[in-house]
Design a protein around this ligand. Sequence first.
Ligand SMILES: *[C@@H]1O[C@H](CO)[C@@H](O)[C@H](O)[C@H]1NC(C)=O
Ligand SMILES: *[C@@H]1O[C@H](CO)[C@@H](O)[C@H](O)[C@H]1NC(C)=O
Ligand SMILES: *[C@@H]1O[C@H](CO)[C@@H](O)[C@H](O)[C@H]1NC(C)=O
Ligand SMILES: *[C@@H]1O[C@H](CO)[C@@H](O)[C@H](O)[C@H]1NC(C)=O
Length: 526
Amino acid sequence: MCGILATLLADGDGHCVGDLVDGMTVLQHRGQDAAGFTTASTSQDWEKVTFKTVKGTGMVREVFADPKRAQELLGNVGIAHVRYPTAGGSGLDDVQPFYANFPCGLALAHNGNLTNSERLRKELVSRHRHLNTTSDSEALLNVFAEHLAANLEARRRGSVGHAGDPLSTPVSPDTLFDAVERTMRRCVGGYAVVVLVHNVGVLAFRDPWGIRPMVFGERKSRTLENEYDRAVASESVALDTLGYKLCRDVAPGEAVLLRPGFPVLTQRCAERPVHRPCIFEYVYFARPDSTMDGVCVYAAQLKMGEKLAAKIKRQLGDRPKPDVVIAVPDTSRPIALQCAYSLDSVYREGFIKNRYIGRTFIMPGQDMRRKGVRMKLNTIKSEFAGRTVLLIDDSIVRGTTSRELVLMAREAGAKNVYFVSASPEVRYPNVYGINISTHNELVAHNRSADEVATFIKADWVLFQDLEDLEDCVRELNPALKEFENSVFSGCYVTCDDEESVATSSEQGSPRPGAKTPLSRVSPEAS
Ligand SMILES: *[C@@H]1O[C@H](CO)[C@@H](O)[C@H](O)[C@H]1NC(C)=O
Ligand SMILES: *[C@@H]1O[C@H](CO)[C@@H](O)[C@H](O)[C@H]1NC(C)=O
Ligand SMILES: *[C@@H]1O[C@H](CO)[C@@H](O)[C@H](O)[C@H]1NC(C)=O
Ligand SMILES: *[C@@H]1O[C@H](CO)[C@@H](O)[C@H](O)[C@H]1NC(C)=O
């Protein structure tokens, strides 16, 4: 899980660094491990333009602890990334964006994970490409660059009279979309990508399943009449904050090209995209004020509260009724509030959060996580004392945090502690960029809800049904039929490698990125 942002100011003399830094601060919840920024100019003599990059570990404000670093980021176009710690390295070496100098200057950042990056890496290395990191983003960048180079070369050969002059083949929208098309055929996994293209602008694309989210928007230029600044972001909150109007989501398998002085160009680059957005985004990752694939995350969370309440009523049996509903801050608050309302119970703040410490989910190592809970949360004793309390959290992953919370509730005097998870049982690893990589440590992997209750020492544990969770989002946008829900179901939409993808296509299931020529979708002005 990571956050990405790209902005392109219409005014070539403008500087987009302010937008990038502010926007990434708004997307900080998507990753606090590291941040990287690359900017350039689209107006200067292209041979003189250099890419400016600032990278650092920690939060955006830590990267710019010295404000002078922001002044290095000159130019009206740029991309940025915040990193969530994943399987790859965790030092500064792997911080995105990555840069390639062929066939033109390219810088790339992405949110997601390629499941066939080992294979791509081998293919690249066999062609003597040097990959300096283990990051799948670097592999993705090189795959894209090779396809773009091949396209340009083919066109150069084809253009009579100009043969030999590489500049006679401009990096046109067609060559870029072609390269995206070919890249999508090779890269398996979930990815939302932004590419800064030297002397052109920003290219953005989303994998053929639309697993990871991405939106784009525009804003009237502050300096030029009738011109628009444009931006692409992981979540619409970044656009809101920067004053961009949300145009729409980038469709699965679609590429979007932003250039100064031109309308936005979009093109479908996968043959049969099948939309399967990640359902976990709606419960856990996205901010409630984001609109994702046409669904307001907050509205979906209210529905989650209602459906949870219905399930609690169905299954409460002769257990004592909860006296109070308490959310584990912050993500589960809207869910708990609506759940309490639907249960005709009382919602109370019982845990107070220290806002100056990151999510414990993101802290490496189990011991730190346990200690982290106490650092992060403290109880209001009177809300627990003598009561049957119903705690609601967004999920139960390893169970260690939940166990600590149950213990804290008991220490505060709770009579009975019920623990409700707004997500279903997390049973399987995620391969699309969420750091849930081994099922051994997932408490629900081989346990029933009652066994999880024993593990976390709660009097009762209840999980949201997957069907209910998906319905919450579906009811708000009926066009969304299915979701990427592998951590709950063990079903992986892309399959684990290209071979099994090929097999599944023979069996007739839809396969994005098939090898037939694509029909062009007419460019859309926005
Ligand atoms: C990812 O999760 C694993 C286990 O859950 C943890 O050991 C590892 O430290 C995490 N990665 C990072 C970079 O935090
Ligand atoms: C290559 O990686 C090494 C260590 O991983 C790093 O120190 C170095 O700066 C990288 N080189 C480039 C050109 O990025
Ligand atoms: C990325 O994909 C690889 C290959 O399937 C997998 O081993 C790894 O756990 C994945 N990482 C994340 C963070 O999704
Ligand atoms: C679940 O699996 C873990 C690790 O494989 C094991 O230690 C534990 O005993 C299992 N628990 C149950 C209830 O089967």
